[in-house]
Design a protein around this ligand. Structure first.
Ligand SMILES: [Zn+2]
Length: 264
């Protein structure tokens, strides 16, 4: 007996994305029922926020987002979906900043370029859903909770809201099973704050000439499962078991949304 070979990953546009960027992972069974883009926030020279677990271990947002996206991808492929990862390695899947010796941050222009390339990847994939994975942060370490962002006014908004609500429900129920049900901060407008500090998120927003020239073309949501700056919340998920559980929660939320979309 030999195990069936794992279907090979396919890079969607190797001319413009570096190795590991914008990679399609085929479904593991049946014909693919849907294509889902998973966007692991930050990467490479952009660490995102940093937190500390109760036992003093530093945790970097870019590592958590990748672990959760990879776990979610695994589960979604088992459920018969094609998954496209905007980045599949530690590096930025867009290559932005890779040659500039940037460490610790991207310039505003570089961050914009990186986000635009992530949207281009999602649009190339002709995905049925786009989910961006981030973790929230705040100066006060007692602030916590689960939040999911979507854009409320585009023609896609009802589907984006349904996707965001499925994700929020699935993530909160999984965190409750882990013994850490954070406050429900709800499904919120993408211009209500989040990481953008006001204004629409490039990944979710409508066309805004000079700012978002190519908007994402599918229902989309950005999850913030909890605050990386809240040590108790972080301690509950900062393990391979916790990452897998959050990944399964993301996969479950997307799957519930896709099942509902097929019924509509
Ligand atoms: Zn982030």
């Amino acid at each position: 007996m030999t195990a069936a070979a794992e279907p090979a990953p396919v890079q969607l546009d190797p001319r413009t994305f570096p190795d590991g960027g914008c990679v399609a992972l085929p479904a593991r069974r049946g014909g693919s029922s849907a294509t889902v883009v998973l966007d692991a926030g930050h990467g490479g020279p952009d660490p995102g926020a940093v937190g500390t677990t109760p036992d003093g271990t530093a945790v970097v947002e870019k590592e958590l987002t990748l672990a959760v996206a990879l776990a979610a991808a695994d589960d979604l492929r088992d459920r018969g979906n094609t998954v496209v990862l905007t980045r599949s390695t530690e590096a930025l899947g867009t290559g932005v900043g890779a040659d500039d010796g940037q460490v610790g941050a991207l310039t505003t222009d570089m961050s914009q370029e990186d986000l635009e390339a992530r949207v281009r990847c999602a649009n190339l994939a002709r995905a049925h859903a786009l989910v961006s994975v981030h973790f929230n942060s705040f100066a006060d370490p007692t602030v916590g909770g689960t939040e999911t962002l979507y854009e409320p006014e585009r023609p896609l908004a009802p589907q984006s809201r349904a996707l965001a609500e499925s994700l929020q429900t699935s993530i909160r129920s999984r965190l409750a099973e882990l013994g850490r049900p954070p406050a429900d901060r709800g499904v919120v407008d993408d211009s209500s704050g989040g990481e953008a500090g006001g204004g629409h998120l490039v990944l979710l927003g409508p066309r805004i000439p000079g700012y978002i020239d190519e908007p994402s073309a599918m229902p989309a949501a950005l999850v913030e499962p909890l605050f990386i700056t809240n040590p108790t919340d972080l301690g509950a998920i900062a393990s391979s078991t916790g990452m897998d559980a959050l990944g399964e929660a993301v996969s479950g939320g997307v799957s519930d949304y896709l099942a509902g979309a097929r019924r509509r």
